[in-house]
Design a protein around this ligand. Structure first.
Ligand code: IPD
Length: 263
């Protein structure tokens, strides 16, 4: 399969998985478990949606690896790995806030964020009726429109961010927001990093930063931003909570100067 064909498959599966998530949400949400902290939840739908994605991929791409938020890693033999968050923004999902998404990326080489190369990506936000896609070297797209990050921010940057679920990290994250605010016109905390990065690619945000994201939270969104002409950098990659900073060149560089931990 070409990169474009892998992208079409990612989009197709993300759409189908998004529809399942939306349907299950309409039927009511069942909490399945808590994870790292009581605020870090997984619903029955997270598991069912990941299962659907895994089965579709197993049928279409049996030799590929898989790295999913809920079911973990399985190495493949083809050199490709699918990096999947079945519901990014699970807390929004549980509260009935429409900002949740299915995030699917296919990457090449080692299934390690520092070593892989992203090939194609899809982020589907079913309750918002939106699908964002990207293919390496061929751009990022939404509804037939090619995406481009913003380059001018005369009134200051509209920044997106997120916080970890562990209350002991909140103070540090808020201090980071305070430093970033020096270049901001305002800040948004929408609750799905995959949507934040899609919005950044679409020019609906000028910059984004968050500590402690997992590979499945940002794998698809990072390719969207890069294919829309933006930059994505990660710092402290071996620490428990690496920092991700993204934006058009100017906002990205200014955020790195203000908040990147190890520069
Ligand atoms: C979460 C979302 C949220 C971010 C958290 C993530 P999940 O993913 O992306 O925006 O702030 O750090 O864990 O847990 O809903 O898949």
């Amino acid at each position: 399969m070409t990169a474009a064909e892998l992208g079409a498959l990612a989009a197709d599966i993300a759409r189908e998985a998004g529809e399942l998530a939306r349907r299950r949400r309409a039927e009511g949400v069942a909490l399945a478990a808590t994870k790292s902290t009581v605020a870090d939840i997984v619903t029955e739908a997270d598991r069912e949606v990941e299962q659907l994605i895994r089965e579709r991929l197993r049928a279409e791409r049996p030799a590929d690896g898989f790295l999913g938020e809920e079911t973990g890693a399985e190495r493949g033999t083809s050199g490709y790995t699918w990096v999947v968050d079945p519901i990014d923004g699970t807390v929004n999902y549980a509260y009935g806030i429409p900002g949740y998404s299915v995030s699917i990326a296919v990457v090449e080489d080692e299934p390690e964020p520092e070593r892989w190369e992203s090939v194609a990506a899809a982020v589907c936000a079913p309750a918002l009726g939106e699908l964002f896609t990207a293919v390496r070297g061929e751009g990022a797209w939404h509804d037939g429109t090619r995406l481009a990050v913003t380059t001018e921010t005369p009134a200051g940057a509209l920044l997106g961010t997120g916080f970890g679920y562990d209350p002991s990290t909140h103070e540090g994250d808020i201090a980071t927001v305070q430093r970033a605010m020096t270049i901001a016109r305002d800040v948004r905390r929408m609750g799905s990093a995959a949507i934040d990065l899609s919005y950044l690619a679409a020019g609906r945000l000028d910059g984004f930063f968050e500590r402690g994201l997992k590979p499945w939270d940002y794998a698809a969104g990072a390719l969207l931003v890069q294919e829309a002409g933006g930059l994505v950098s990660r710092f402290d990659v071996n620490a428990p909570r690496p920092m991700l900073i993204a934006g058009g060149r100017s906002v990205h560089d200014r955020l790195c100067d203000l908040i990147a931990p190890s520069r």
